[in-house]
Unconditional design. Structure first.
Length: 283
């Protein structure tokens, strides 16, 4: 930074930034730590660079929400404090979360914060269902050098919580046992127990070489909240014995702060198809 000169705060004589003492009044010149401009009495900020220069604490505070703002998923309320002043202070805040977000009373306790120090506090919350929620405005109160209190007002935060699908499924066969040559029906019941439409629902059936099927893939574009569908897969075993059939379910989940929509995989496990030779089933 190029050298500049400014009036002495005590007598008005012009001084270069490098001069620590006035050659006229011989008084020490206190300077801004950022730009070296003289600090003038009763001035809170430097007239040259805007740096806070008063011998007082000065708190900045803000709130932010991190995580996936989706019903049933955890989000984080972050409260950040920074002391840009030149003295230490003690700060505190106290507010109540809305009842829809557990209604907790958030109390910070006494927070000691030194000049230049930043402190973050995190509070976890899980929105139970989609909708619009408001985290109320509150005050951060800190102590000044004369013992009086100063306040930083934090505005309310409005958050819009979206829903999330949650699929559950079950596997059943049309009979406990089959005769060779008989059609086997694999019944896959799929239900959406979440709070949003499930999209791009894909069912995959993996059969061994001993089982023939032309319907190993089933696609449902959307499955509504509390909607239930049953996929029927026709299987044709070519030999008697036990045949393992594996089933997997894929569906699309909502986008998150880290990226776009992702695919959720549910492994429904393996069902064993019992086939025996013969013309009549006995009970």
């Amino acid at each position: 930074m190029d050298q500049q000169y400014s009036p002495c705060p005590h007598c008005g004589v012009s001084l270069w930034d490098s001069q620590a003492q006035c050659p006229s009044c011989h008084k020490y010149v206190e300077r801004c730590k950022v730009c070296r401009s003289p600090i003038y009495p009763n001035k809170e900020v430097c007239g040259r660079c805007g740096n806070y220069v008063a011998k007082e604490p000065k708190l900045l505070a803000k709130t932010s929400i991190f995580g996936d703002i989706v019903a049933g998923r955890e989000a984080v309320l972050k409260i950040s404090l920074k002391n840009i002043g030149n003295l230490s202070s003690t700060a505190h805040y106290d507010f109540e979360m809305p009842e829809e977000l557990d209604g907790k009373d958030i109390k910070s306790g006494s927070i000691e914060i030194d000049p230049g120090q930043s402190i973050d506090r995190e509070y976890h919350l899980v929105p139970p269902k989609p909708g619009k929620y408001t985290i109320p405005a509150f005050d951060v109160v800190y102590t000044k050098s004369d013992g009086k209190e100063a306040t930083v007002k934090i505005p309310q935060i409005n958050i819009n919580v979206t829903g999330s699908p949650k699929l559950v499924a079950s596997l059943n066969l049309s009979a406990p046992e089959f005769i060779l040559g008989e059609e086997v029906l694999l019944l896959v019941k799929i239900a959406n127990k979440g709070t949003a439409f499930a999209k791009n629902v894909r069912l995959q059936v993996f059969t061994p070489p001993t089982v023939i099927s032309n319907e190993t893939k089933t696609f449902i574009p959307t499955l509504g909240v509390n909607e239930e569908r049953t996929a029927v897969i026709k299987l044709y075993p070519t030999f008697d014995g036990e045949h393992p059939v594996e089933v997997k379910l894929h569906y699309q989940t909502p986008p998150t702060q880290r990226g776009g929509p992702t695919n959720e995989l549910i492994d429904l496990g393996t069902v064993k198809v019992e086939v025996r030779a013969g013309s009549v089933l006995t009970e």
